[in-house]
Write a protein that binds this ligand. Structure first.
Ligand code: PEP
Ligand code: MG
Length: 583
């Protein structure tokens, strides 16, 4: 038995036979050509490029139908790249001036781009875009050489897919009826592959490091998408343990789903609002399926990722309308304006390169306030969408009062424009600010006077309070929402919102982790927004406790002095109420 540790990107446990996608690149038959062959070679190249662009556009349609236009857009971007005049000129020159074969010219040029992206650093969003280029290289070489990788679509029995790097097109083509899970040697948390695994709700682990040489097709493997493990050739005891775990998780999930229409009301009668966090419009359905009270955080920066050009006002508007139509007229949707920068980058709206501390730099609302055209385009679309449902707007990463005032002023300007143009919108559109920077938590009393609601972003609040990068595994032990310093800031925000009687939602990952539910309820939180698949278990826990009990737990937790003690205490208290969640 061999246990590999990687990055858990989509939860769940799966056991099954391995299907190993080939790891070999396509063999390139020859590097150079005779000068007389140049015209014919150029024709071969252009035919392959045109066919590949055609295939990418077909994929765009198929994937858009299956998963929605956001996913299809990735392949539209592939097609655009294939048609890019600069790339075409470079390839022509490699053939004409260097007498490279079409295959070699392609492979060399595309890999050079891919390596440049990878060199930016493995944690960087752009590094994971190199996978898209390898995808294109394979597609083109297959066309030139008439070779085909064994397609995952032709699977006859359910398997666990293992690959060096599952390409975006391959992930999107996975049929959940035939694939239990997948695991890859490379890949990061923000890769398209990881995002699609979540959307397909397939257990997945990426970034496992080299393992493909240790496994053969047909070997039994376990993917533990909760812990980020791949277990090759498990012994009987491990197999038994995971079978029980898988079965009990499936049973529990079924039970929780059956209760999805029961409201999350505590034993002493307090109704808690549980909403869903989404990145793609299609995920609004996941919220409905889990009995959510609406969308509590729509991260719109994903509209930008994987695109060759910034989305237009219509692109924004169409995406928002899809969410509103899916949820219906009674469910609120909190649309957060662009939070690009730091770990979330698009190709076009990046800051002027090399910032020494991108997390402390030109990101998020700062980026928007320095690019008013970009910002106003989104504000217009959000306002227009507000005529079609219960829209609320949320500004991210606000760190000073003036910043918030600037955002509101701009919103007022855009409202005036729409008014003049006779375009309908909700004049009373509720406005909120994220509280995710310690400075915002410290002036929460001032900010509270100027907004309708707060949304507590614990992911960034923890990172900035403890000066511990949320993506850096080396400081992961410091990064802890249960740290007393974080809890004191959270308490300040709760107090300020209560005094000013404005709404308060917690939307960071902390709110979706069961061990913090009692603490947050006890501290005064009544609204949380979490990954949709977390909603059923949270409902269950909320229905098992009372506000009185949660207050007792919170009082005790807030007396403790270290994050470790707080975590251990909360885990124990939660386990007592919901032991099945800790199986
Ligand atoms: C947060 O910081 O807690 C948050 C919800 O925003 P994001 O994770 O998108 O940075
Ligand atoms: Mg944040």
């Amino acid at each position: 038995m061999d246990i590999k540790h990687g990055i858990a990107v989509s939860p769940g446990v799966a056991i099954g036979p391995a299907f190993v996608l080939d790891t070999e690149g396509v063999r390139i038959p020859h590097r150079e050509i005779d000068p007389a062959q140049v015209p014919a070679e150029l024709d071969r190249l252009h035919l392959a490029l045109a066919n590949a662009a055609g295939q990418a556009r077909n994929d765009q349609c198929t994937i858009s139908e299956r998963l929605g236009p956001q996913y299809g857009a990735i392949f539209a971007a592939h097609a655009l790249l294939l048609e890019d005049p600069g790339l075409n000129r470079e390839l022509d020159s490699a053939i004409r001036d260097h007498l490279f074969s079409a295959e070699y010219a392609l492979s060399r040029t595309i890999r050079r781009y891919a390596k440049a992206l990878e060199a930016i650093g493995h944690d960087h969003y752009l590094a994971s875009r190199a996978a898209d280029l390898f995808d294109l290289e394979k597609r083109l070489l297959a066309l030139l050489l008439g070779q085909h990788r064994e397609p995952v679509q032709q699977l006859t029995e359910p398997v666990i897919v293992l690959a060096h790097d599952l390409l975006p097109s391959e992930t999107a083509a996975l049929d959940p009826a035939k694939v239990f899970a997948f695991a890859t040697e490379s890949g990061g948390r923000t890769s398209h592959t990881a995002i699609m695994a979540g959307a397909l709700e397939l257990p997945a682990v990426v970034g496992l490091g080299k393992f493909l040489t240790d496994v053969s097709g047909g070997d039994i493997v376990i993917v533990d998408g909760n812990q980020g493990l791949l277990i090759i050739d498990p012994d009987e005891r491990t197999l038994q343990h995971y079978r029980q775990l898988r079965d009990s998780q499936q049973r529990t999930a079924r039970l929780w789903l059956e209760e999805r229409d029961l409201p999350p009301v505590t034993r002493d009668g307090t109704r808690i609002i549980l909403m869903g966090n989404i990145e793609f419009p299609q995920e609004a359905e996941h919220c409905l399926d889990r009995g959510a009270d609406g969308v509590g955080l729509y991260r719109t920066e994903f509209l930008y990722l994987g695109k060759q050009s910034d989305p237009t006002e219509e692109d924004h508007f169409t995406a928002y309308l899809t969410v509103l139509r899916t949820l219906g007229p009674n469910q609120p949707v909190i649309i957060r304006t662009l939070d690009l920068g730091a770990d979330k980058f698009s190709l076009l709206s990046s800051p002027p390169t090399t910032e020494r501390n991108p997390c402390l730099g030109m990101r998020s609302v700062r980026l928007c306030l320095s690019n008013l055209t970009l910002f106003k385009t989104q504000l217009r679309a959000i306002l227009r969408a507000s005529a079609f449902g219960q829209v609320r707007i949320l500004f991210p990463m606000v760190s000073t009062l003036l910043e918030l005032r600037q955002c509101k002023m701009l919103l007022a300007e855009v409202k005036e424009d729409l008014e003049e143009e006779g375009i309908a919108f909700d004049r009373d559109l509720p406005v909120g600010t994220m509280i995710e920077v310690p400075s915002a938590a410290l002036i929460a009393d001032l900010l509270a006077r100027e907004v309708d609601f707060f949304s507590l972003g614990t992911n960034d609040l923890v990172q900035y309070t403890l000066a511990a990068d949320r993506t850096n595994e080396n400081v992961a032990s410091l990064y802890n929402p249960a740290d007393p310093a974080v809890l004191r800031l959270i308490q300040m925000v709760i107090d300020a919102s209560e005094r000013q009687r404005i709404g308060l939602n917690v939307c960071g990952e902390m709110s979706g982790e069961l061990i913090y539910t009692l603490l947050l309820l006890g501290m005064g939180i009544r609204q949380m927004s979490v990954a949709p698949h977390k909603i059923p278990e949270m409902k269950r826990l909320i229905r098992l406790t009372s506000i009185a009990e949660a207050r007792r737990v919170a009082e005790e937790a807030l007396r403790l002095e270290t994050a470790r003690d707080v975590t251990a205490y909360l885990r124990e208290q939660t386990r007592r109420l919901l032991p099945e969640a800790f199986a």
